[in-house]
Design a protein around this ligand. Sequence first.
Ligand code: NAD
Length: 392
Amino acid sequence: MNFDFAIANLIIFGPGRFREIGDIAQSFGKRALVVTGKRALSEAGIVDNLKQNLEAKKVEFLQFVVPGEPDLNLIEQKMVKLANADCDLVIGLGGGSVIDTAKAIGVLLTNGGNLLDYMEVIGKGQPLTKPAVPLIAIPTTAGTGSETTRNAVIKDPNTGVKASLRSQYLLPRVALVDPELTYSLPPEITASTGLDALTQLIEPYISKRAQPFTAALIQDGIQRVARSLIKAYEQGDSIAREDMALASLESGIALANSGLGAAHGFSGSLGGKYSIPHGIACACLLPHVMEANIRSLQTKEPTSPILDRYAKIGEWLIGKRLETEQDTRDAGIKFVRELCLRLKVPSLRDFGLKLEDLPEIANQSAKSSSMRANPVSFSQDELVGILTSALG
Ligand code: NAD
């Protein structure tokens, strides 16, 4: 066995713990760069709450508002303005888009250079050599787990490709996870982000880099999503919100340490070319990837332990083991399909994806790091086949 395991320096979890932000920020210095989203959190009073807590502890701040998913040009433009900002800490308050932007800014402030010097797939992939400005990551969606991962997903608007900046220096110093911050999430974002978390729990469990530390968290996370995602979506119930915030955190730890798989490999490419929420892309592909992986393993490696893991995933999702492993695996896939129906997940066609676009998406996806961690290496034809079945 061979593995690494890295998480944020400190994880602070619990309803109401956002109130501690003033003290936490003060422990890192006097001047903060606060990265937030555009509107939703201001309207919910959460940004004002943050500012009041910082003012109470005499922490000065400047704010950067992120309009959407992280964008290479936008971050580069911001870096020019921040050259002399002299910040002691960065606070990322928002969904994965905001936290990833905050991560990228934090490392560029200390390492200098451009994003493309360091980005994988689309850039030079040079290593980041200096620790980032300390980052306090505060998620307000329950899905990406970015508060405890070592990558930031950034889109190059010139090519429409999404790729990662990846380094141990991207791990936040503090992940402050307060489920109350997710109470204002509308149902459709609760659904898309929750399905991202589920995919981030399933894929690391069957990945080539699966390992025991993440396995324990994955079981807990899958069971929480299975019992609470629909409740969070339909009722916004506080226990369900807490379950989803924790499952998301666990999914981030799982993906950062065990990698992902084909559903994420495809969704990265789809997200670069179409305006499709990341979690929706993952959800549209997840049951088809599960099926294709199982089918391929049964044919090529019938004694693979991954087949047993798919049965465990089925068991955690449906809450029991059926008579045969195959029945339990199939029930897991059926659970995911029904969950998507209940959460009204749109089809990939609704975002403009057409049959003729699939070979290029398959080609692009094959280069992603997530695809390389998938337990099965698919040919180009097989990748197109999975996309075709997901397109319906
Ligand atoms: P998001 O950050 O793009 O936010 C989606 C929408 O939700 C936005 O309009 C935002 O304003 C709104 N929102 C956020 N919090 C809210 C709240 N509490 N109440 C009401 N509205 C709220 O969505 P996301 O799914 O969290 O992040 C997606 C991004 O994260 C993608 O770019 C994806 O590639 C990336 N990602 C990164 C990692 C990682 O490990 N770094 C993992 C998974 C996904």
